[in-house]
Design a protein around this ligand. Structure first.
Ligand SMILES: [Fe+2]
Length: 296
């Protein structure tokens, strides 16, 4: 097994269905980063003004589109501006959602009919200098897991694109493969306290029940971020995504940290484990194999 998350490069120059890469479910499910160095998301002349942090309302780190129903029923959050400007900004982000969805379905035809569109986000704010708690500090290596939003094993597939106009790369670190990461911390992770999942759901701390799977994933997230020695000395590699680069990962599986950059678009998709090409490669499958039992 590789010591560090592998990166695979692909030659695509178009988001459309006639591009060269398709059927790469095994690559993304293996926990690799799929990188497309020549796949830029073109902005219209009138959209270049949106590459400015002043469009963020200052409360959220992202401007996001939430798709409450089938497209085009989206609501934009986190942006500040006049109505006509906001409509144009929303149209730009929605176009990214359409492009990345068509692209994902070409890359992963096995997921067709099962990929659910999550939020689309635009990040015009610099990664550096965002003051956060250690738990929210995404410059530390982590797998994605959320305290209030248990996923119940649903996969998080993300399509990122760097749209920086000044040549500035998006800088990431990637870490060890998921199985090595799970082996590192699993022995120290205790089962959740009886009744705690019920209580957290009842009091609104979680949006739905935190299963033992969610508990373990959140423990992996928290233990990695709070472990300074792990952050500094574990196997890792720096990656740069130049402007005009698109990349795709399962972010609940790939250890990642966002170290720098500004102006990025990101589309999240949800996929139930059962609809993977090989569900055994999922974090749930890996954890259950290492533990020798089911996680409920
Ligand atoms: Fe993350």
């Amino acid at each position: 097994m590789d010591a560090v998350t592998p990166v695979r490069d692909f030659p695509d120059t178009t988001w459309a269905s006639d591009g060269p890469t398709r059927g790469v479910e095994p690559v993304v499910e293996s926990g690799a980063v799929l990188r497309f160095p020549h796949l830029r998301f073109a902005l219209m002349e009138s959209e270049l003004r949106f590459l400015d942090p002043r469009w963020a309302d200052g409360k959220a780190k992202n401007i996001s589109l939430r798709w409450s129903g089938p497209p085009p029923s989206a609501e934009m959050r986190g942006a500040a501006g006049r109505p006509a400007e906001l409509a144009a900004l929303q149209a730009m982000i929605a176009r990214y959602a359409e492009f990345s969805e068509a692209f994902a379905l070409r890359l992963f035809p096995h997921y067709r009919g099962h990929l659910r569109r999550g939020n689309t986000s635009f990040r015009p704010v610099d990664v550096a200098g965002r003051a956060t708690s250690w738990r929210k500090d995404d410059t530390r290596l982590h797998v994605d897991a959320f305290p209030s939003n248990p996923m119940h094993g649903t996969r998080l597939l993300r399509v990122f694109c760097n749209v920086n106009p000044a040549g500035r790369p998006r800088e990431w670190r990637v870490g060890e493969p998921f199985e090595a990461h799970a082996r590192r911390y699993l022995p120290a992770i205790k089962r959740p306290l009886p009744g705690s999942a019920w209580l957290m759901e009842r009091t609104g701390i979680t949006k739905r029940r935190r299963t033992e799977y969610d508990h373990v994933m959140l423990q992996l997230h928290d233990r990695a971020k709070s472990d300074a020695a792990f952050q500094q000395r574990s196997p890792q590699a720096r990656l740069e995504f130049a402007p005009g680069t698109t990349w795709v990962v399962f972010s609940d599986q790939v250890l990642h940290a966002a170290m720098g950059g500004q102006h990025m678009l990101e589309q999240t998709f949800y996929l139930d484990v059962a609809h993977q090409r090989d569900p055994a490669t999922s974090p749930r499958g890996t954890l259950e194999r290492l533990l020798g039992r089911e996680l409920r």
